[in-house]
Structure formats: C-alpha cells, structure tokens
Design a protein around this ligand. Structure first.
Ligand SMILES: *Cc1c(COP(=O)(O)O)cnc(C)c1O
Length: 388
C-alpha cells in the first residue's frame, strides 16, 4: 500500500469539520440543552426537591426503562457507580476474577476493582471493537473449569464470577454469542452499555442480554444529566436490591434509621434527573441527526479510502463517537497532531487496560486485535452540528 498523504487528508477533514461546527475549539462531543432543561430545573428548585428524593428521578427512570425495553431502571450518580453496584449485585465477591476487554475506558476495570475483584482481559473483535466471543470461549476452554460452586481459573485458583463486555463507541458487540457462553459457563453477564444508549442488536436495545446493564449520562455521552448513570434489568429481585444498596440500604421506616447491609450513597440527585427527563424527550431526534451525520462522514471517508467504522450487519449504532481506522500508528499520530493543532479535537482510542500500571499483571488472552486497533483508531468530532 502506498503511504497516504495525511497532511492533505487532515486539511480536507478540518475543512469538513469546520463546515459543521461554528465553535472555535471543536470538542469530540458536547451536550445540547435547547429543550425543556431549564424549565424542569426551575420546577425542581421551586419544589425544594433538589437532592436524592423527588419525582424527576422516578420519571427519568421510567423513561429510560421504556426506551430500552427493560422492566426496571435504577438511577445512580454516575455510570461508574452503576457499574460498581451492578457487579456487586451480580454476586462478584472480593478475590473473584471478572472477564472484560482490555480495550475499554478505565471505568469498566475500576468498577471491577471496587468490587474487590481482578480483571482478566480478553480480546475484542476487529469489526465491533467489543469483547470477542471467540476470545472469551478460548480463554475459558484453556483456563477454566466448572465446579459445583462456580467456574474457577485453573491457573490462579480463583472463581471467575462475571463477564463485563462493553459496546465500544455505541457499536454493539456480539452479545448473543457472549450471553450463550456466559450461560454455559455459569458466569454472570453485565453489559457496560455506558456508550450505547440508542444502539440495537436486531430490534433489541443493548443492555437487555445479561442480568443487568449500566448506562452513563456524563457530559460527553449521547444524552447527559451533568453526571449520572443507570442500572437496567428485567430481574425483579435484582432491581429491588439495586435500589436498596444504591440508597444506603435503609430499611423503610417512618422515623428509625435502620440499614441492613453496607450500602452506597449512589443516588442521582433530582436536579440531575430533571435534566435527564428533558434530554430523554430529545433522544430520538439526536439519534436521527447522528445517523445523518455519520452517513455524511461515511461518504467523505470512502472518497479518501479511509475506513469509517460502522455497526455489523443487523445491528444499529447510536453513532455516539464516530471513529476511523488509519493505516499505521505513524499516520494516526500525524493526523492527531495536525487536527488538534488546528483546534479540532480528535483522540486515539484508549491505551489498553493491560498496559496500565494497576492492571499490567492481570491475566490476558491473546490481544492481537486490541493492539492493532489501539495503534490505528481515531475518534472524530461527533456532536450534533450547529443548526441541525
Ligand atoms: C462513560 C463510561 C462509563 C461511566 O462513566 P461515568 O463518567 O462514571 O458516568 C463506563 N464505561 C464506559 C465504557 C464509559 O465510556
């Protein structure tokens, strides 16, 4: 393959980005608040219910449950807290091991650590950039054995109690295959769907394939509550328990303070939920605009013979963050430098978790796809364009 003229590509790209966004500094993803956000916030303030009790929380939970097709949704103060609570609720105990992908945002691994468990890193698929069912199966077949009291890692002797795949940038991973493997091996499945609100596998929303899934409403996500997260589940018991441990595990009583286990104050304040209600009203519209925007980018990059990442057949991505794949790390670095120097934010994909100081001694399966993507993937500005 001939070496590309990255300078020319970057210049054309910058021109295209600047035709979409009028900001001087163009971020990767910015929030849009031109619906009922202010109105609901004022209502909230006037009602005096600004904190962790209030109608907006329930309303927001109901809207998310309905949108995702989950029976229950439990709001939390951020996505990492939701993930920590969900991993604990799934039965992960200190000293257990939890399988996840090395190519993910740090929150996935940190939440596993908060539960006292240690991550095991398997590879991702090149096309979905999410946890690879092949790698998961290979790891389990080579390293694990099923016993009466669970699935154990033959090397470490520890129990492997859960698997946490992540839907990277909104692209659904091969979750049906992953779910089947987890069922066969008796491992709890928790989807990190922080990036995939509005992404579908067939006609099912991401996050409904395991016992629980978690969402994030951080400022850079598809919709935002400032900070916020959600646990979604179809399981009655887990939903009840999730609400309980994220609200300090207080036993309902008119005046007594009785808490029946170590709970967390992970509640989403009513103020943030008010934003969430307004944002949910706009979600379909945001997603439509993001599809159109992605089509435009897809044409632009196909003209340049650069791979623009799309969902695999049968799946639908929310196009949270659009991504391209360059030929080499050198090309990637040159592109990143040229665009960022021109105040157009582009970012490489995350440094693999297995390379970070805290996680570099964790067990891994072959990570060739993760390593290949780590060198080449670039995220481009993906916000709703001005005036759209
Ligand atoms: C955003 C995100 C989270 C949660 O992040 P918070 O900022 O805590 O809401 C978790 N996992 C992934 C993959 C994310 O992108």
């Amino acid at each position: 393959m001939t070496k590309r003229n990255i300078k020319k590509i970057a210049n054309n790209f910058i021109k295209e980005v600047r035709s979409l966004y009028s900001d001087e500094n163009i971020p990767l993803h910015r929030p849009i608040f031109n619906g009922n956000e202010c109105k609901y916030l004022v209502e909230c303030i006037n009602s005096n219910f600004v904190s962790s009790v209030g109608k907006k929380v329930t309303e927001f939970e109901n809207k998310v449950a309905e949108f995702t097709g989950s029976k229950y949704a439990i709001a939390t103060m951020n996505g990492t807290a939701a993930l920590h609570a969900a991993i604990s609720l799934a039965g992960v105990k200190p000293n257990d091991e939890v399988i996840t992908q090395s190519l993910t945002f740090i929150a996935t691994c940190n939440a596993i650590s908060y539960a006292g468990a240690k991550p095991i890193f398997v590879d991702v698929d090149l096309d979905t950039m999410g946890l690879s069912p092949l790698s998961l199966r290979r790891f389990l077949e080579n390293n694990a054995e099923k016993r009466k009291d669970g699935t154990f890692n033959k090397t470490s002797g520890k129990r492997i109690s859960a698997c946490v795949p992540m839907h990277t940038f909104g692209l659904p991973c091969r979750i049906h295959e992953i779910a089947e493997i987890c069922t066969n091996w008796d491992i709890a499945l928790i989807e990190d769907a922080a990036e995939s609100l509005g992404s579908y596998v067939g006609n099912q929303h991401t996050g409904v394939f395991g016992s629980m899934a978690t969402l994030s409403f951080n400022g850079n996500k598809v919709i935002t509550t400032g900070g916020g997260g959600m646990i979604i589940t179809n399981n009655d018991e887990l939903a009840k328990h999730a609400k309980h441990i994220t609200t300090t595990a207080k036993v309902p009583h008119v005046y007594e303070f009785i808490h029946d286990e170590i709970g967390y104050n992970y509640r989403l304040p009513n103020l943030n939920a008010a934003l969430g209600c307004a944002q949910m009203e706009r979600l379909d519209e945001f997603l439509d605009i993001k599809i159109k925007l992605a089509k435009q980018w897809s044409i632009f990059f196909s003209d340049m013979e650069i791979k623009f990442v799309e969902a695999i057949d049968g799946n639908k991505t929310n196009h949270w963050l659009n991504a391209i794949i360059l030929d080499s790390k050198e090309d990637r670095n040159e592109f990143l430098q040229l665009t960022n120097n021109n105040n157009v934010m582009t970012r490489p994909i995350w440094t693999l978790m297995s390379k970070l100081q805290m996680y570099k001694n964790c067990q891994t399966d072959g990570l060739e796809n993760s390593l290949w993507l780590e060198d080449r993937v670039v995220n481009i500005p993906s916000s709703i364009p001005n005036g759209a």
